[in-house]
Design a protein around this ligand. Structure first.
Ligand SMILES: O=C(O)CCC(=O)C(=O)O
Ligand SMILES: [Fe+2]
Length: 519
């Protein structure tokens, strides 16, 4: 899949350019062909304008009249019917499929899902998105009725009827606008008014709004009296209404706020996660403070780092300016050729699988493969004071379209089937997370139990312990990566493990939380 990492979409510009070239050639040839047809038709038109007797009186022009409607007509038809040009185009494009990257149906689905995810998380309106607006940011494009219809259809296929209705309503509006300003020739439309109405009616029915579903289906029937399904559907809906009589009119959701309604749909944690992604519901940390630290480390004495304590118990730190632009570039170049779609642990089987709730690509960089990786590793060790011998390799991540990672723990739970057992280094004691890019909008790291949102700052890093001192997982460290709304998000993870930290952070029997003074 290409949609799971932004960098993987870059080659599509090459593909697009070649497609444009192929069509330019096609158009130029077609234009020539049409011009030739017009040129050959001109004598017919001119003869028609002349005095008929005069044409007939001259044997040459009489001959031409006869030739025109025999030989010349055959030639005209042959040229009108010439298929070599479209066939050339088709075979050229078929050949391109082996040479260039093309997105798949799965990519199309993934890209549409991404838009839905962004819409839900950031409470975007389809009518704004239809104009290309995202969170007050706009761009020079807008969606056509066909585009909007396709988004509706993708949502329909995923069984999301609220979204289907929202997009189809926009499609309908745009359809009428386009018809009014004549911006599209009706003969070449890929969809009809009736197509949109059918989706609208059916999703409305799926939501249980039978009266509205009947109204919409009646409109459909008016447009297409022979529609194969409309008549039957109306009968079916009417029968359902009769059967339902006497029952309560159904649930109205008017008493709920948007957020409450969302919580009933997706659960408390996800609703909180989304709110934090929007920068809402954050608790301001009064005790938060900034300072320069060196922790007695020689390396840092040469240049202490700026530390901000953004949360206490559990302690979460942000370090500023701990990754330099030149290093970021090298790390990105090293990571790109080895990108693999990010996987998650399947609880039941212990296997690694891809999942909709984690959309990104990542690769692992070894300390000895480039001096920069080694230097960065040593810097993490110096900042955190932790032993890195037992740490995992540096994981470099690029998020995809609407890329995100839903709430999760970085540590393995006791019931999890050999998550890290094979490594023999114990559980993930701590997480060090570099932000390699700033994200234009969205893409925060959020902690739903802590009401905490961290906005990516280029060159900064977040750090926290995942385990209590007795080795038990600290469930309040559950966190998530919000969908990227605008811009690019790259991060790099370093997960430190328990082994090797015994003298640095000796384990205790009671689950005391590391406090700021413990370092
Ligand atoms: O990208 C982020 O903000 C968080 C990433 C994360 O939690 C992870 O990769 O485990
Ligand atoms: Fe994580």
């Amino acid at each position: 899949e290409l949609f799971t990492a932004q960098v993987e979409l870059e080659p599509l510009f090459n593909t697009q350019e070649t497609i444009v070239e192929a069509f330019e050639t096609y158009l130029a040839r077609e234009e020539l062909r049409l011009k030739e047809i017009r040129r050959r038709l001109t004598p017919f038109i001119e003869r028609g304008r002349r005095e008929h007797q005069e044409v007939l009186n001259n044997p040459i022009s009489a001959f031409l009249l006869v030739k025109g409607l025999t030989l010349d007509l055959d030639d005209l038809l042959t040229i009108s019917d010439r298929r070599t040009n479209p066939l050339d185009l088709a075979s050229k494009i078929a050949a391109m499929k082996n040479k260039y990257k093309f997105p798949s149906q799965e990519d199309l689905g993934g890209a549409a899902t991404a838009l839905t995810r962004l819409q839900e998380t950031y409470l975007l309106e389809p009518k704004d998105m239809a104009q290309g607006y995202l969170y007050g940011h706009c761009c020079s494009m807008s969606l056509s009725a066909e585009d909007l219809f396709e988004l509706g259809r993708q949502n329909y296929n995923q069984g999301d009827h609220d979204q289907t209705i929202a997009w189809m309503n926009e499609a309908l509006l745009r359809y009428h606008q386009e018809n009014q300003n004549g911006s599209i020739a009706n003969t070449y439309r890929a969809i009809s008014h009736a197509d949109i109405l059918e989706y609208l009616a059916f999703s409305t029915y799926q939501k249980g709004e039978l009266v509205n579903a009947i109204k919409l289906t009646e409109q459909l029937l008016e447009m297409e009296p022979d529609h194969p399904r409309a008549g039957g559907n109306i009968g079916h809906y009417q029968k359902m209404i009769t059967d339902r009589k006497g029952e309560d009119g159904g649930i109205t959701d008017q008493t709920f706020t948007v957020r409450e309604k969302r919580a009933t749909q997706v659960g408390w944690e996800k609703a909180k996660y989304e709110a934090l992604c929007r920068g809402e519901a954050q608790v301001v940390q009064n005790e938060a403070k900034c300072r320069y630290v060196h922790g007695g480390n020689l390396y840092l004495l040469l240049g202490p780092v700026k530390q901000e304590v953004v949360h206490i118990k559990p302690n979460i730190y942000i370090y500023y300016d701990v990754l330099f632009d030149a290093e970021t570039k090298i790390i990105q170049e090293l990571a790109k050729p080895r990108f693999k779609r990010a996987t998650v642990h399947d609880h039941a089987t212990g296997e690694l699988v891809t999942a909709q709730y984690r959309i990104s690509k990542s690769s692992w960089l070894q300390g000895d493969e480039h001096p920069v990786v080694d230097k960065v590793n040593r810097r993490i060790s110096a900042i955190t004071g932790l032993e890195l011998k037992t740490a995992e390799e540096l994981q470099v991540v690029n998020y995809g379209l609407g890329g995100h990672y839903e709430p999760h723990f970085d540590f393995a739970r006791r019931d999890e089937k050999d998550a890290f057992q094979s490594l023999g280094t114990g559980n993930r004691i701590a997480t060090f997370l570099f932000y390699m890019t700033a994200v234009e909008a969205g893409g925060a790291t959020v902690f739903p139990s802590l009401d905490l949102t961290l906005w990516p700052r280029k060159g900064a890093a977040a750090f926290w312990y995942n385990l209590f001192e007795d080795g038990n997982g600290d469930t309040s460290t559950r966190h998530a990566a919000c969908p990227v709304l605008l811009g690019t998000k790259w991060v790099a993870n370093k997960w430190m493990h328990e082994r090797g930290q015994e003298f640095i952070r000796p384990c205790k029997l009671s689950p005391t939380i590391v406090s700021d003074d413990d370092e």
